[in-house]
Design a protein around this ligand. Sequence first.
Ligand code: CMX
Length: 134
Amino acid sequence: MKKIEHIGIAVKNLAEANQLYSTLLNTKPYKEEAVESEGVTTSFFEVGESKIELLAATREDSAIAKYIEKRGEGIHHIAFYVDNIEDEIERLQQEGFKLLNDQPKRGADQKKIAFLHPKSAQGVLVELCEDINK
Ligand code: CMX
């Protein structure tokens, strides 16, 4: 794993959260992007080498809507950057981690992504990500 690529934060209202985080971090989001397959709309802020990703649900059945309903707004996942996501998925499966997808899928911000189930990572939803174009 190379670095913490981003921390994902589940929010109810993206516009309000953008304002708050713009003030908190003293910088504007560098992009907003909807990921239809995940039922989310996102915004990204740079913080040094890492990022903050704000996520708001666009559908009631999205992971973010369920998360907020059950646990409220807050830190939803931590994403690690990896050089080769296919190799890392295989390595972690062999180590006994439960992968939520065993093939990378397309995420926001030009990334291939995969998730580990929070039950296999001590209650933390872990994302692996790799740039699609590198
Ligand atoms: N962090 C920690 N624990 C979490 C969690 C999270 N983000 N989301 C759910 N859980 C916990 C639940 O609280 C529950 O715990 P208990 O059994 O102790 O109550 C357990 O995991 C199972 O949860 P569930 O409600 O039965 O299952 P869900 O239908 O909510 O699914 C999960 C949970 C993680 C499998 C699902 O959210 C998922 O597949 N996530 C991966 C995809 C995703 O999160 N996409 C959105 C982000 C996309 C992006 O970054 O672009």
